[in-house]
Ligand binder design. Structure first.
Ligand code: 4AD
Ligand code: MG
Length: 447
């Protein structure tokens, strides 16, 4: 056996004999030639069996090898522009072929069109196909770019609890469970509150983990279990927060462009749209966003769309508003200064305008919408207590959180970036369910 390679590195082996351990993704037979599209976990490569080059028995095995059989192939790498694959442009002339297991003939995801429910029921197989594989490889790169940027910029990773005694965000989306003799506890909606404690020990922190929201809405943007990274920074106001966010998001996109070109190509992603993602990002206030939406409504002739775009001052944006707004931008756009009533209790009021808070959402361009929610936090204990009372939150559960403001309080800010929303945008796909290996939605917990 020659050297076992990773298909992603195949360009380095032109003219050499190599071994690929993998699976048969597709097979076509043309006279004396059989073309196998083989995947090895790192890529997809065309392998060609020529009858005259192989023992008759081996050739016959290849002619009949079922889709998804596990195999070990040896052969010589050739550059050939026409060869399909990811990265593509190379093929292997087969000199040796071993079957590890001949797959059963009734593989559920045969190579034809399937409905999305069927594919989701077969998610454990669906992840083998090029589009899904490419999305999940890009996801992994996004996650490592997130950690890399934060670790390189003085942030320390602090894991926050998943079982929590109180709500961090909207109380209507809590998953609850009984906790021994302690009563009800909830799956975490955010690690932010704990990170606000952590910054007073470590200054700049982040948590990065699964987040749970019992979202009743069935949309293309919501999961019930998703991954969020939440940086929190002491001595940081809203303007500084926006600067951090644009550096952070630009770094993530740059890393994907550097490391995942073949995957982006496999998805048909318009890479030039991603190349525009460099700081600074445009910043508009909530009030300006409402004016833009009013203009867009003016110009809309479709009555249904007109109705969807209706919004009163005081409401948070829905998906139609975000889509319409961000179609006007080719970079992510910051919308700051939302009405306090539309946002969580912990946001610092706007100086001189208490009905507005120092919040900022980052909306991805091309119609994608919110990928980040963030804000400057209330640093005055009395004000925080008042806000909790206004929202009928139980003061006792938040005692520790209020106390943070009594011993060395400082202006501080933070944000949460949703991994799956970010993957959806960067991959240029339409639905969030394809951005996580095993999606959890209101209607799906299998497999
Ligand atoms: O805007 P959200 O609710 O903000 C917070 O949770 C803050 N505590 C974060 C912070 O300041 N530390 O959520 C942040 C992001 C959203 O912008 C979105 O990307 C993602 O989390 N997100 C979801 N992603 C998928 N499915 C859902 N149901 C999501 N809800 C929020
Ligand atoms: Mg939000």
């Amino acid at each position: 056996m020659s050297q076992v390679i990773r298909v992603e590195n195949i360009a380095q082996y032109v003219g050499q004999e190599v071994t690929v351990q993998g699976w048969v993704y597709n097979r076509t037979h043309k006279g004396k030639l059989v073309f196998l599209l083989v995947r090895d976990g790192y890529g997809f490569v065309q392998c060609v069996a020529f009858k005259n080059d192989l023992p008759a028995e081996t050739f016959q095995t290849i002619v009949h090898i079922p889709q998804e059989s596990s195999i070990t192939i040896t052969g010589v790498v050739r550059a050939d522009e026409r060869a399909p694959g990811i990265p593509g442009g190379y093929e292997i002339g087969i000199t040796g072929f071993e079957v590890v297991q001949a797959a059963e003939e009734d593989y559920p995801i045969a190579l034809k069109e399937h409905g999305v429910d069927f594919l989701l029921d077969n998610r454990h197989f669906w992840i083998r196909v090029p589009s899904q594989w490419a999305i999940l490889r890009i996801r992994a790169t996004i996650i490592s770019a997130i950690r890399e940027w934060l670790d390189d910029h003085g942030y320390i990773n602090m894991d926050t609890p998943i079982l929590t005694p109180s709500a961090g965000e909207d109380t209507t989306t809590l998953f609850e469970t009984e906790y021994f003799d302690e009563g009800k506890v909830y799956l975490d909606q955010t690690g932010q509150l704990y990170n606000e404690a952590n910054i007073f020990a470590f200054k700049k922190v982040y948590c990065f983990g699964p987040t749970f929201r019992a979202e009743k809405s069935k949309t293309r943007r919501h999961l019930t279990e998703f991954w969020m990274v939440e940086p929190e920074i002491a001595f940081c106001d809203l303007d500084q927060l926006m600067e951090i966010e644009e550096q952070f998001v630009s770094h993530i996109v740059r890393r994907v462009l550097e490391r995942r070109q073949p995957e982006l190509r496999a998805l048909g992603r318009d890479v030039s749209a991603l190349e525009k993602i460099v700081p600074p990002f445009p910043r508009i206030s909530y009030d300006q966003a409402l004016e833009m939406l009013a203009e867009i409504r003016e110009q809309t002739t479709d009555p249904q769309q007109k109705q969807l775009l209706e919004i009163e001052w005081g409401s948070d944006f829905g998906a139609p508003h975000e889509t319409a707004l961000t179609q006007r931008f080719d970079k992510p756009v910051f919308v700051y200064g939302y009405p306090s009533a539309a946002k969580a209790f912990y946001m610092e009021p706007w100086p001189g305008r208490p009905e507005v808070c120092k919040s900022v959402d980052l909306l991805a361009p091309e119609g994608y919408g919110e990928i980040i929610g963030g804000s400057e936090r209330i640093s005055d204990p009395a004000l925080l207590l008042r806000r909790l009372h206004e929202q009928n939150q139980p003061e006792e559960a938040y005692r520790w959180y209020i106390d943070l403001r009594r011993y060395g309080s400082v202006p501080h800010s933070g944000f949460g970036l949703g991994v799956e929303r970010t993957v959806t945008w960067i991959c240029g796909i339409t639905h969030i369910r394809e951005t996580i290996p095993y999606p959890r939605t209101i209607k799906r917990v299998y497999p």
